[in-house]
Design a protein around this ligand. Structure first.
Ligand code: B1M
Length: 215
């Protein structure tokens, strides 16, 4: 079996140690990190997602697959991210209140780092105050929110309302994303940018911060 397929298979079985070893092996053999990410790790996670939807696997299996995914991402990170010396800007990132999904958020954080942003990751299940307090504390340029559940998407609005209530909405570029989120929702809640994937989020953040600093 090809190495990339093996990574996908082991990820689906939640075998984090095997995933770690094989991702390292793939890098040592000179495989493109983006191919390892997209065709090994993410394709395995997509298959698990489909099986989860069809009740062929359940939360425990998905949880161990997600752990294996995050282990693989840690090995890939130094190859996907080449950080320059001068940070382009600072970004606070987290998954919103009530939501424990962190793989997409971690991927966005990684790509933002690769785009030269300094990252302050407040983790999952992060309330409005956590986003706002961290942004104020570190002097952030961007607030990045991720949500994977239709039930937690509305919590993104809470962060924007909190910024408005403190009179500091204009200080920050607010970016949102995650599988159930779309441009229409971003417009409804008054976010500055919605992006569909991690790479576009990173490009958009870099451009927006650079433009804001120049204006
Ligand atoms: Co959950 N889950 N889950 N889950 N889970 C989904 C999201 C679901 C779609 C599965 C399904 O039913 N088909 C469904 C949501 C349904 C809905 O709301 N419409 C669901 C459900 C229902 C649940 C529970 C309620 C299940 C239960 O308990 N009965 C529960 C909720 C727990 C909670 O959060 N309170 C739950 C739990 C879990 C696990 C803990 C087991 C695990 C998460 C573990 C972890 O993250 N550490 C898990 C997983 C892994 C999934 C699926 C299978 C995979 C998600 C994932 O990581 N995808 C997911 C099914 C699916 O998505 N197909 C599912 C890979 C990741 C790279 O993609 O996060 O979308 P994603 O990120 C993308 C883009 O969205 C974007 O960039 C990334 C790509 O480059 N992006 C941004 C993300 N954030 C961004 C921010 C940006 C810009 C782009 O700007 C700031």
């Amino acid at each position: 079996m090809a190495l990339i397929e093996e990574i996908s298979e082991f990820l689906q079985k939640g075998r984090a140690k095997n995933v770690k070893t094989l991702v390292q092996q793939a890098l040592d053999e000179g495989l493109d990190p983006k191919v390892i990410l997209n065709e090994g790790l993410l394709s395995g996670m997509m298959i698990i997602g489909e099986k989860f939807k069809n009740n062929e696997v359940f939360v425990p299996e998905v949880l161990v697959a997600a752990r294996a995914m995050n282990t693989g991402l840690e090995i890939l990170e130094p190859k996907l991210v080449e950080v320059g010396n001068e940070p382009v800007g600072k970004a606070v990132i987290g998954t919103v209140k009530g939501d424990l999904h962190d793989i997409g958020k971690n991927l966005v954080a990684m790509m933002l780092k690769g785009a030269g942003m300094q990252i302050f990751d407040i983790g999952v299940d992060a309330g409005a105050e956590a986003f706002i307090d961290k942004a104020e504390e570190v002097g952030a340029d961007v607030i990045c929110m991720s949500a994977l559940l239709t039930t937690t998407m509305p919590n993104m609005k809470e962060v924007i309302s909190g910024l408005e209530a403190r009179g500091i909405r204009d200080k920050y570029i607010v970016m949102i994303g995650g599988a159930p989120v779309n441009q229409n929702f971003a417009d409804q809640i008054g976010a500055d940018f919605y992006t569909a994937d991690a790479a576009t989020a990173a490009e958009t953040a870099k451009k927006a911060v650079t433009e804001k600093k120049a204006s």
